[in-house]
Design a protein. Structure first.
Length: 235
């Protein structure tokens, strides 16, 4: 099942208008989860294991992992986490995800704790026109990916990464419009282009998250948000 919001011109409507119409058309709409988080307890266990074995090579680390997951208490807790994530809809091999998180995320995180934090760069926002285009396209893609579940509930199979690729295809000048023109070499231009792409991706992801939160709040909360948003899109 796929559809679009009817009755509103998305080129003229504000984000708030489009969200309200979507919520009225699809009561209690949920968006599928594309990223699954471990519980705090499991995250703590993975972090402790990574810290204990942070200086071991790949072979020794994997051997230690195999022994660790066989410990009674650890095995029990990881099995509970595995069942929870599968029930939540995770399709990947949970044990591989647990190992990879320990080996490549938490281990790296331990090694960076003592490093001096980098100075944050000054944030440069995108124009309101770009944000409106993003919002309208995100809501359109969410509506175009709606299915009905076995228990008669609406869920959108929207995937931000795939949708961002569609957005870039529909707006091919997005990067060139943001180039400063100050690059003196091809290498500098490539570096600037990469930074712009990261900036666009991050903004797109943040816009999606805000829209997701708005769509999944109840109608009373949504009404309060709309009142706050009457002046247009908040950027």
């Amino acid at each position: 099942m796929s559809s679009v919001v009817k009755g509103t011109d998305s080129t003229k409507a504000t984000k708030g208008d489009l969200i309200v119409e979507t919520k009225e058309q699809y009561n209690s709409l949920k968006l599928q989860t594309n990223r699954y988080k471990f519980t705090k307890e499991i995250s703590g266990m993975l972090s402790d294991f990574a810290k204990l074995h942070q200086y071991e090579g790949s072979k020794d680390y994997k051997a230690a992992w195999k022994n660790w997951i066989k410990e009674d208490e650890v095995e029990h807790k990881l099995e509970e986490e595995k069942c929870r994530l599968i029930k939540a809809g995770m399709m990947d091999d949970v044990m591989i995800r647990l190992y990879n998180s320990s080996r490549y995320y938490y281990r790296k995180k331990v090694n960076t704790l003592d490093k001096k934090p980098k100075e944050r760069k000054k944030y440069e926002g995108l124009s309101s026109d770009v944000l409106r285009r993003m919002d309208a396209q995100i809501i359109r893609e969410i509506n175009g990916s709606i299915d009905m579940t076995d228990d008669d509930k609406f869920v959108s199979r929207f995937m931000p990464a795939k949708s961002f690729e569609i957005y870039m295809g529909e707006n091919p000048d997005s990067v060139s419009e943001l180039l400063s023109g100050d690059s003196s070499s091809a290498e500098e231009r490539r570096a600037e282009t990469d930074q712009i792409m990261k900036r666009l991706k991050k903004t797109y992801k943040n816009r999606f998250y805000k829209i997701k939160v708005n769509l999944e709040t109840d109608k009373k909360q949504g009404t309060r948000n709309k009142k706050q948003d009457r002046g247009g899109i908040r950027v």
